[in-house]
Write a protein that binds this ligand. Structure first.
Ligand code: HEC
Length: 188
């Protein structure tokens, strides 16, 4: 390299470094936003679900869940401009919960991480894909989930699920497994 090119090269690398640093900061900010949206989703849905089970039992709560969950997702999409969904390798809602190929890959990785002993509670993954910031947060199976996602459930719940989800695959889960994940994305 000719000597007079060195300062230019240095300036260039400093600019590139600054851009990389800015990108890192933006990613941290986006991740924080995504985590906030997931908290709002779970923080609205789970109490509604528990209340519905307490007041009317799990069979009644099926309809609450099937109406409330899509409503919360839609409201969050409208309020934030993010793509917001819940997806699963064994989907219950066959129109909204089927993962795309990236989501499928991340869900498989979540299963592997869980099998190695990592808890679902803090399991998440973020990546920039095709000009989008994408984020997924695992949802682990807790005791309350077994009412509707275990292999054996109450007959009334079974009937309510069959009626609403004839193609239901979201059964047979045990405590601690990954039931699915919140999936968020934002155009960069
Ligand atoms: C009262 C029954 C009921 C209980 C309890 C319940 N779910 Fe579900 N779950 C449903 C129904 C119904 C749907 C489909 C919702 C829809 O149509 O969007 C669903 C869908 C989901 C989905 C979206 C992906 C898919 O398969 O459609 C996830 C993720 C999920 N449940 C996780 C959980 C977790 C985690 C718990 C425990 C904290 C839980 N569920 C407890 C009934 C239940």
């Amino acid at each position: 390299m000719k000597p007079k090119l060195i300062p230019i090269a240095m300036m260039l690398s400093i600019t590139m470094f600054q851009q990389a640093a800015v990108a890192e900061v933006d990613k941290a900010k986006l991740k924080q936003e995504a985590v906030g949206i997931v908290k709002q989703f779970g923080g609205t849905l789970k109490p509604a679900l528990k209340k519905a089970i307490q007041t009317g039992g799990p069979a009644h709560a099926v309809s609450v869940c099937s109406e409330t969950a899509p409503q919360i997702a839609q409201k969050l999409r409208n309020d934030t401009g993010w793509y917001v969904k819940r997806v699963s390798l064994k989907p219950r809602n066959s129109s909204s919960a089927i993962p795309d190929s990236w989501e499928q890959k991340v869900l498989q990785q979540f299963d592997q991480r869980q099998a190695k002993g990592e808890s679902a509670a803090k399991m998440a993954y973020a990546e920039v894909v095709d000009g989008k910031f994408r984020f997924m947060k695992a949802q682990g199976v807790e005791a309350v989930c077994l009412n509707c996602h275990a292999a054996n459930i109450a007959p009334e719940t079974e009937a309510a699920l069959k009626q609403n989800y004839p193609d239901d695959k979201a059964r047979g889960y045990t405590l601690g497994q990954i039931r699915g994940a919140f999936s968020l994305a934002k155009d960069l």
